[in-house]
Ligand binder design. Structure first.
Ligand code: OSB
Ligand code: MG
Length: 370
């Protein structure tokens, strides 16, 4: 495979409903799509960086800039011919893991399409479908939250995740348990909105039998999470804090988490995500696949990742219609609460040409020297 050039596209997709977390509200998906064109193939990547640096430090305009200015020249100069070469070629660049992931994903897709091999097979997936959970944003009222939970349970979602923040935690959790019972799989995600001083308040969630609490404290507060884990009964799961397989191993050794949310974009690639999975599996730590409101491109890769054997909890791998009226790709549709793992070469899905044309707001072509 010889890469001839890379197209960087920006697509704007309205969300079916705005998504509110402890760090703000979002009503549109602004995605950076990377299209690698090789002599014998083509590949697609999606950058999950959000419009603003409120989840992690990356943001989509910054990712676009760092890919164009620093990453593509290294990929070109390094005569990159495989997905596995991307991370080593970009290793001298610090951080920017979501940007790196998008480049790796596109190169890997091109490589695998040419080889007739699926992402799932490459990553070592063992399942043909994955159980789906749904992440529900903070709502204006408890009544509205209960309506949403009812709708998603009816649609077949196997696990509910509620976004929480100080002032919106025990009350919504209690309301959901009272209305839908103790049987439903329920977890919460704080997106780092608490401090260790809130341990008493977080312990008030103990009676509700939550699967886990995700990222209660700051990204860099490993010690705090370890201390908190000793003070509450709800298992602590880390999201933002887990930036690599090495960090995952340290977090587990420290007792900062007993469950890990894996997002490829957050750890710098699907290959590193597999390493996080391997590290956690070796320690008996369950993992699940997080999400970043991906289009069908990122969703296809996530579903393949979530089919690895250590992903023993339902992920934030929801159907396309939970996010978009019209997805970039043919939609992912839930069947009995599961999404099918694509089996075709590479991602197994491609953007729909007419949809792409409709939602693309800019594109640029970066030609690689012959
Ligand atoms: O913290 O898991 C998170 C979305 C954007 C950024 C961070 C998070 C999320 C979600 C939604 O919870 C997951 C999804 O459905 O894609
Ligand atoms: Mg999270």
């Amino acid at each position: 495979m010889k890469i001839e050039g890379v197209e960087l596209l920006r697509v704007h997709l309205p969300l079916v409903s705005s998504f509110e977390t402890s760090s703000g509200s979002q009503s549109e998906k602004d995605a950076l799509v990377v299209r690698v064109v090789a002599d014998d193939s083509e590949g697609w990547g999606e950058c999950v960086a959000m419009a603003q640096p409120v989840y992690t430090s990356e943001y989509v305009d910054g990712a676009h800039e760092v890919i164009r200015r620093f990453m593509l020249p290294r990929i070109a100069a390094g005569r990159c011919t495989s997905g596995a070469m991307v991370a080593p070629l970009l290793a001298a660049l610090k951080g920017h893991r979501m940007a790196k992931t998008a480049v790796e994903m596109a190169v890997l897709d091109a490589e695998l399409r040419a080889a007739g091999r699926s992402f799932a097979s490459y990553l070592g997936a063992e399942r043909t479908s994955v159980p789906s959970g749904v992440s529900i944003g903070i709502t204006a009222s408890v009544a509205e939250l209960l309506d949403q939970v009812a709708r998603y349970l009816e649609a077949g979602y196997l696990r509910i995740k509620l976004k929480v923040k100080p002032g919106w935690d025990v009350e919504p959790v209690r309301a959901v348990r009272e209305r839908f019972g103790d049987e439903i799989l329920l977890q919460v995600d704080a997106n780092a909105a608490y401090t260790l001083g809130d341990a008493g308040q977080l312990a008030r969630l103990d009676p509700f039998g939550l699967l886990l609490i995700e990222q209660p404290l700051a990204e860099d507060d490993m010690g705090g999470h370890a201390e908190l884990a000793r003070l509450i009964r709800t298992p602590v799961c880390l999201d933002e804090s887990i930036t690599s397989a090495r960090v995952a191993a340290d977090a587990i050794a420290l007792g900062a988490c007993s469950i890990v949310n894996i997002k490829a974009g957050r750890v710098g690639g699907y290959i590193e995500a597999r390493r996080v999975h391997d590290v956690c599996s070796a320690s008996g730590v369950p993992v699940w696949c997080g999400g970043m409101l991906e289009t069908g491109l990122g969703r296809a890769a996530n579903v393949a990742l979530a089919a690895l054997p250590g992903f023993s909890l339902p992920g934030d791998t929801s159907g396309s219609d939970r996010y978009f009226e019209t997805d970039l790709t043919p939609p992912f549709v839930l069947t009995s609460g599961h999404l099918p793992v694509p089996t075709g070469p590479g991602l197994g899905v491609e953007p729909l040409e007419d949809v792409m044309k409709e939602v693309t707001v800019s594109s640029e072509w970066v030609s690689f020297p012959g």
